[in-house]
Design a protein around this ligand. Structure first.
Ligand code: ATP
Ligand code: MN
Length: 451
């Protein structure tokens, strides 16, 4: 008797005898003489139907009491059926009850995402979360694969830090023992691995991080978490134009790969949400992303307002940090395409971004996508030591904890560029899920630290 996983059964599509399957009960119905169990073992989102006939099973009368999510083991024969929905089923010769699930709070009936969010330790047992998390895992793999094939080195950057890379004051401070401090300086959780990634790129040329990031975000939106994952590539000798090329290529490659590897998951999500993400994504991977200078975006928005479009915030001017509604207008109403928004006013962007020749903008780029908004933020870095010091001073950023970083400019730092891709943001985009809390296993946000 051989143990087999359900995914293998569906992949192999072979009649086989005396196989053993272990899993959890997902459906249980009977017609008196036959009990039909659907079980899932987590290797695929698809359930295997088990046919339990009275004449084959000594414990037949108990089987109909096996509840949702209880663990069982079945020994039986695999048979193909003529039924499209369940092309393979197992005829049980022995059904062994392993562990009951008593009063399990999630039942077969549809549960709201809000309800499931608050039982994050159990929601992975729903097909919906299984599908999202399998896509999450495949997407992570596709990202590593993309950078590996392009010759990038995967690096780890510190989680504990004494700098605030983004200068937005969103660092979570570590409470240290005042009388006997562990660290010599202010310790906090990192908001970005970029500064360290830049240092590493000076020896490895093309690097990327893929790690957790922490921001004390007070904004209660459906696209911000306090703990999220970010991919941060950094490339020496790269400028803004080349950077946009890499972002676009990465985006299209990882999406194609993920769609291919997650066909069952996408089929299920389409059925459930009535949003055909695969069709949307397939169109996207063949369209060229729009490149839009910030200044032009301001003109478009002003024009829209002049022609009668009402924003919540209609005060649009050069220098404004665009809100989600403005990004949405550009992306969804005006272009209906992903947009590279670039050359932002220097005052609304971080200190490390390269000053353009116009002296008012920096070589920064955000990638905006329909449905989600900003998904990538990147820039060419300021390479001029004097200029970057001046920027820090203007912004009253204390130089001391950053001196090591600024010093990179003194040692053969000619040029580099990089970006941060929010892993949960791209996952929202790909799956069509509209709340970021549903694409991470255990979400953390203001006021919430369960599980
Ligand atoms: P936003 O304006 O949406 O807050 P940001 O400008 O603060 O984004 P960056 O500092 O450029 O973002 O970070 C890079 C990427 O990380 C963003 O494009 C986004 O995809 C992701 N990201 C930023 N903050 C969060 C967050 N709180 N939760 C989830 N993802 C985030
Ligand atoms: Mn932010």
């Amino acid at each position: 008797m051989k143990k087999i996983e359900i995914k293998t059964i569906f992949n192999e599509q072979k009649n086989r005898e005396n196989l053993c399957v272990e899993g959890w009960v997902k459906f249980n119905r009977d017609n008196g003489k036959i009990v039909f169990l659907e079980i899932n073992d987590g290797t695929t989102i698809n359930n295997l139907q088990i046919v339990c006939k009275q004449e084959n099973l000594a414990n037949f009368s108990q089987i109909k009491n096996y509840k949702f999510s209880s663990a069982i083991k079945i020994i039986g024969d695999l048979k193909s059926t003529n039924n499209q929905k369940t092309p393979w089923e197992m005829l049980a010769k022995e059904v062994i009850f392993l562990k009951q699930a008593n009063d399990f709070p999630v039942q077969n009936k549809e549960q709201s995402n809000e309800f499931l969010r608050d039982i994050a330790h159990l929601r992975i047992r729903t097909k919906y979360q299984q599908a999202i998390m399998k896509i999450r895992a495949e997407l992570a793999f596709a990202i590593h694969d993309f950078f590996h094939k392009k010759g990038f080195s995967y690096i780890s950057t510190p989680i504990l830090t004494n700098n605030d890379c983004e200068g937005a004051g969103e660092n979570f401070k570590i409470v240290d023992d005042k009388n006997n401090p562990f660290f010599p300086a202010n310790a906090s959780l990192t908001v970005s691995g970029q500064l360290n990634a830049e240092a590493m790129s000076m020896g490895l040329k093309k690097v990327y991080t893929f790690g957790p990031t922490f921001r004390a975000e007070r904004s209660h939106t459906n696209r911000h978490l306090a703990e999220f994952w970010m991919i941060e590539p950094e490339i020496a000798f790269c400028d803004l134009k080349e950077l946009m090329k890499i972002i676009e290529q990465m985006f299209k490659t990882i999406i194609k790969k993920t769609i291919n590897r997650c066909q069952d998951e996408f089929n299920y999500l389409t059925q459930k949400t009535q949003k055909n993400m695969v069709a949307i994504l397939q169109k996207l991977v063949t369209t060229k992303f729009v490149k839009l200078p910030y200044e032009k975006a301001i003109e478009i928005l002003k024009d829209a307002y002049a022609k009668g479009h009402k924003f919540l915030d209609n005060n649009i001017f050069f220098g404004k940090d665009l809100a989600a509604e403005h990004e949405k207008y550009l992306c969804e109403n005006y272009f209906n395409s992903p947009i590279f928004l670039y050359n932002f006013p220097s005052a609304i962007k971080a200190f490390y971004m390269k000053q353009n020749k116009d002296n008012k903008t920096v070589a920064a780029v955000d990638l905006l996508v329909p449905g989600v908004g900003e998904i990538v933020g990147g820039s060419q870095r300021e390479d001029d030591y004097e200029k970057i010091i001046e920027k820090c001073q203007q912004r009253k950023i204390s130089l001391e904890p950053l001196q090591w970083y600024l010093d990179l400019r003194k040692y053969g730092y000619y040029k580099s560029a990089g970006f941060g891709l929010g892993f949960e943001r791209i996952l929202m985009f790909i799956t069509g899920v509209d709340n970021i809390k549903d694409v991470i296993p255990f979400p953390r946000y203001e006021g919430y630290l369960k599980y």
